[in-house]
Design a protein around this ligand. Structure first.
Ligand code: FAD
Length: 476
C-alpha cells in the first residue's frame, strides 16, 4: 500500500481514456505518481479521474479495492484517518499485540476464512476460561461457577430465547427468505423477547448482560433479529454460538486487510475525509473536507452508516438510506477496555453480568509473568477514565484484583467510525434489500448493511464489499 502527498496536479478524463488510465494507474500504480500522469495536462477542476473511488479503508473498502483490481479496475481509496482498518485496529500494549477494535474470526466466517487461506494467514485461540461469572439473584450480583455449570444454567435459557429463529431465519444468509414470519419478529427488541419468555428474575438476569453488550448498553435498544440471525448463521445451537469468540488471526486483525489492499495496488490517501459526493449521471465527483476533488465512473461508500450524515450526497439519498442514517445502525455505546491485572496466576475469568452492571462481559487474555491481560466490555454506567471505579468494577468479577493499568476505547465517540453495528427494530424489513441497491453511480458497502454477518463482524464487511464490487463492475 502506498499513499501520495498532497501536491498532485490535476487530471481529467478529457485527456485520459479509460483504457490508458487502467494501464497507467491500475497495473503500475505503485510506480506511477499523479504528477507523472499529469505531465503536460492543463489544470482542470478535478485532480484525477479513475475507475472507482472508494470511501473508507476498512474491511469493506479493502475488499472492494482488491476485487476490482482482480478485474482490471483501478481505484483510489480516500480514508479520513491516518491508518487503514476503521473499526479494526491492531495495537500493542504490555509488550503484546492487542486488538483495540474487532478481534475474533469464527470458523463459520466463510469469506474471511477464504481470505486468510488466500494470504497464508493462520489462526490461534485465546486462552480457555476456567471460571465463568453468572447472575446470582436479582440485584445485579454475580457469582463464579465452572464452565460446565455455566453451560447447564445458560444453555436452556438461550435455547428458549432463540426458539423459532430456525424458522424465521430458515436461510440466515438470505434473511428475507421468510419475510412472512419476520413480520411478527422484526418489530421486537431483545427486551421484548425477554418479556415474551416470562422469565423468573434470576433467569432474566442471566441473559440481559450479553444482550446489553451487543445492542449498545441496553437490551431495549437492539432488535431481536440481530442476535437471532447471528445465532442461526453460527449453526443454530448454544454450542455453535459459543464458538464466535476466541479465534484470532496470527499477526493481528489488520494484517489480512493490509494484504488485500497491497494486492489491490490501490492508491490510498489518508487524512482525506470526504465531504461531498455528486453524481452527474456519467461520472461522480468526490470532494474532501480540504476541498480536493476527484472524479470516477463509480463511487463506493464503505463507511459506517452512522457517518453517512457527514457527507452531502447529490442527488440526495433514497428513503431506505435516509432512514438508516437518521435512526443510526451503530450502537450508541460500544466500549472495549483492556486491563492488566496483577498476579502470576490470575483466574481466566469470563461470563456476563446483568444489564446495569459496571462491566457487562469479560474475556480472559494472555497470562504474563506477573499479570494477566483481560478484556472487559463495560456498561454505559462505568466511567472508564476513573481508575478507582474501574478497579471496583473489576473486583466484582475477580475479588481483590489489582488493576495495574487499563485502557478503554470508547468507539461510539469516534467521529469516523462509531462502534460496531447492530440493527434496530423494523430496519430489516423496512430497508432491505433497497439498502444494497446502487443509487445511480453511488454504491454502498459496509458491515452494518451486510445481509449475513451484519454489524459486529468483518465477515459482513467482506460480504458487502464483494457485492458492491460486482455492482461497480456492472456500472463501469
Ligand atoms: C470494539 C469492537 C469489537 C468488535 N469485535 C469484532 C470481532 O471480534 N470480530 C469481528 O469480525 N468484528 C468485530 N467488530 C466489528 C468489525 O470491527 C466491523 O464490523 C468492521 O470492521 C466494519 O468494517 P467496515 O469496513 O464496514 O467499516 P469501518 O471499519 O468503519 O471502516 C470504514 C472506514 O471509513 C472511514 N471513513 C468514515 N467516514 C469517512 C469519510 N467521510 N471520508 C473518508 N473516510 C471515511 C473510517 O475512518 C474507516 O476507516 C468489532 C467492532 C468493535 C468496534
Amino acid at each position: 500500500m502506498h499513499s501520495h502527498g498532497p501536491n498532485s496536479s490535476s487530471v481529467t478524463d478529457r485527456r485520459f481514456g479509460r483504457r490508458s488510465l487502467i494501464k497507467a494507474i491500475g497495473a503500475g500504480a505503485a510506480a506511477v505518481s499523479f504528477s507523472t500522469l499529469t505531465q503536460g495536462v492543463a489544470r482542470a477542476e478535478e485532480e484525477m479521474f479513475i475507475d472507482a473511488i472508494i470511501i473508507g479503508a476498512g474491511y469493506a473498502g479493502g475488499t472492494v479495492a482488491r476485487d476490482l483490481a482482480r478485474k482490471g479496475m483501478s481505484s483510489l481509496v480516500l480514508e479520513a484517518k491516518d491508518r487503514i482498518g476503521g473499526r479494526i485496529f491492531t495495537g500493542s500494549w504490555a509488550g503484546e499485540s492487542v486488538e483495540i477494535g474487532g478481534q475474533w474470526v469464527a470458523a463459520q466466517h466463510n469469506l474471511v476464512n477464504a481470505e486468510l487461506t488466500r494470504y497464508g494467514i493462520k489462526t490461534y485461540m485465546d486462552p480457555e476460561p476456567n471460571r465463568v461469572m453468572v447472575a446470582d439473584g436479582t440485584a445485579g450480583a454475580i457469582k463464579a461457577v465452572t464452565p460446565t455449570e455455566a453451560t447447564n444454567i445458560l444453555k436452556p435459557l438461550w435455547t428458549e430465547f432463540y426458539k423459532g429463529s430456525e424458522q424465521y431465519f430458515e436461510r440466515p444468509n438470505t434473511p428475507l427468505y421468510r419475510k412472512d414470519l419476520l413480520a411478527a419478529v422484526d418489530p421486537l427488541t431483545l427486551a421484548d423477547r425477554f418479556k415474551q419468555m416470562g422469565l423468573a428474575a434470576t433467569d432474566l438476569a442471566q441473559l440481559t448482560g450479553e444482550a446489553a453488550v451487543y445492542s449498545g448498553g441496553s437490551s431495549s435498544l437492539g432488535s431481536l433479529t440481530g442476535m437471532a440471525q447471528w445465532y442461526q448463521l453460527s449453526g443454530g445451537t448454544y454450542e455453535s454460538y459459543s464458538t464466535l469468540i476466541g479465534r484470532r488471526p496470527e499477526g493481528g486483525m489488520t494484517r489480512l486487510l493490509q494484504s488485500m489492499i497491497t494486492e489491490s495496488k490501490a492508491t490510498v490517501r489518508f487524512n482525506s475525509p470526504v465531504a461531498k459526493v455528486t453524481d452527474s449521471g456519467s461520472r461522480v465527483v468526490v470532494e474532501t473536507t480540504a476541498g480536493r476533488r476527484y472524479a470516477a465512473r463509480v463511487v463506493i461508500v464503505c463507511t459506517a452508516v452512522n457517518v453517512w450524515k457527514n457527507i452531502t450526497f447529490a442527488p440526495g439519498l433514497p428513503k431506505a438510506h435516509t432512514q438508516l442514517m437518521t435512526q443510526g445502525m451503530d450502537v450508541p455505546h460500544g466500549t472495549k477496555m483492556w486491563l492488566q491485572i496483577k498476579g502470576s496466576k490470575v483466574d481466566a475469568t469470563t461470563g456476563t453480568a446483568p444489564e446495569g452492571s459496571g462491566i457487562l462481559m469479560m474475556v480472559p487474555q494472555k497470562q504474563l509473568a506477573d499479570r494477566r491481560l483481560m478484556i472487559a466490555f463495560p456498561g454505559p454506567g462505568l466511567n472508564v477514565n476513573d481508575p478507582a471505579a474501574v478497579q471496583a468494577a473489576v473486583r466484582q468479577w475477580i475479588p481483590g484484583a489489582e488493576v495495574l493499568e487499563s485502557r478503554a476505547m470508547e468507539w461510539a465517540k469516534d467521529p469516523y467510525t462509531g462502534s460496531w453495528g447492530y440493527r434496530k427494530v423494523n430496519q430489516l424489513l423496512q430497508t432491505f434489500p433497497q439498502i444494497e441497491q446502487p443509487h445511480g453511480r453511488i454504491l454502498f458497502a459496509g458491515a452494518d448493511i451486510a445481509h449475513g454477518w451484519h454489524g459486529a463482524f468483518i465477515e459482513g464487511a467482506v460480504e458487502s464489499g464483494k457485492r458492491a464490487a460486482k455492482q461497480a463492475l456492472a456500472l463501469a
